[in-house]
Design a protein around this ligand. Structure first.
Ligand SMILES: C[S@@+](CC[C@H](N)C(=O)[O-])C[C@H]1O[C@@H](n2cnc3c(N)ncnc32)[C@H](O)[C@@H]1O
Length: 335
């Protein structure tokens, strides 16, 4: 028999963040599937749920909707030709609920055209519609580097060998105004050994063949770290995967699902992806929403980073299983 995680009562209280007292953030009139210290998850259509959220009240929406895949996942995928029209009502609600300083981070994978070794343009068509019709600004196009993707379509990649393995997904960082709240100082990376060596040796003033002027002041490495690129990688070492990873075989989510006989979500993104944007684009206490939450990777990261969060998914089963991401709040029945 399937066991579902039990729910001890969560004490809802205001949170004190840097001198301000913030109430829990909820969907007015909707009942939560579960609550944690900083957030709540709901089962339902996210357009309907977002419609109940006050205008301008959300700091960040970070999500990965069903892609327009030729080989559909178990939760359903819209066809490429219908994708943009299907997505527009979600996008319009995201635009409305975001604050003027807010951002919309949309992870969307590419897709192959049926019967041909050619790629669909659907994610670019969507981007153009989001900017030209919904009025978002494109703050930056980012990429998720995922070397673990399968070498598909087999026909073109592994059988006829006329295409290579696809290992990036687009992450459109959109904003409601040209100047969303953002600071790359919050996501600095450790300096590379090359950078440290160069700094020790010192930089000579020069003009590169590209015309870029290298000034001697460039070698003054600031203590904070190196500015990250727009390619997001899950750089967790195996030890960190145990602590933070969502896709490790023995993380609390996967183990909880296995023990309870619940379906492990088939299309999770790594926690590194929402983590990067939540850190760069929000502060503690800000409101983060994932309208296609699946296994609620976003909510779990937001909880750890002390952001208030909401997660929506159509599938009751995914939301029930996502409780395992919060072992401090939920335990298996009878354990
Ligand atoms: C790609 S998955 C998201 C996975 C998630 N990022 C994670 O790490 O687990 C997309 C999810 O959108 C959900 N979905 C599809 N249509 C929806 C809708 N109208 N409202 C809410 N959720 C929806 C699906 O059930 C699926 O779980």
């Amino acid at each position: 028999m399937k066991k579902s995680p039990t729910k001890p009562p969560v004490q809802q209280q205001n949170f004190a963040f840097e001198g301000c007292d913030l109430p829990p953030f909820r969907v007015p009139g909707a009942s939560e599937a579960y609550e944690t210290t900083f957030g709540a998850a709901y089962v339902g259509d996210s357009v309907a749920l977002m419609r109940a959220i006050p205008t301008g009240s959300v700091d960040l929406v970070v999500t990965s909707p069903p892609y327009a895949l030729h080989f559909k996942k178990s939760y359903g995928n819209v066809s490429k030709s219908e994708y943009v029209e299907w997505f527009k009502p979600f996008a319009a609600e995201v635009f409305r609920i975001l604050s003027d300083a807010g951002s919309f981070v949309l992870n969307i994978g590419g897709s192959w055209n049926q019967g041909q070794p050619t790629r669909s343009l659907y994610q670019y068509k969507l981007l153009i519609a989001l900017v030209e019709e919904i009025n978002f600004f494109l703050a930056q196009e980012c990429y998720w580097y995922n070397p673990a993707k399968m070498p598909v379509p087999a026909e073109w990649v592994t059988v006829r060998r006329v295409r290579v393995k696809d290992s990036v997904e687009h992450v459109w960082w959109l904003s409601k105004t040209p100047h969303p709240k953002a600071s790359n100082l919050k996501v600095l990376k450790p300096y590379s050994p090359d950078m440290i060596r160069l700094n020790a040796r010192g930089v000579r003033e020069t003009v590169r063949p590209s015309g870029h002027v290298i000034r001697s002041s460039w070698d003054k490495m600031k203590a904070e770290g190196a500015i990250p690129s727009n390619v997001i990688e899950d750089e967790c070492a195996p030890d960190d995967m145990l602590k933070f990873g969502n896709n490790a075989a023995n993380d609390p989510y996967t183990m909880g699902c296995k023990e309870a006989g619940l379906t492990i979500h088939p299309a999770r993104f790594p926690s590194a992806l929402p983590e990067f944007f939540i850190k760069m684009l929000t502060d503690e206490g800000d409101v983060v929403i994932d309208p296609f939450a699946g296994s609620n990777t976003t909510g779990a990261v937001a909880e750890r980073l002390r952001r208030r969060w909401l997660a929506f998914d159509l599938a009751d089963e995914y939301i029930v299983a996502s409780k395992f991401r919060f072992p401090e709040h939920f335990a298996l029945n009878g354990k």
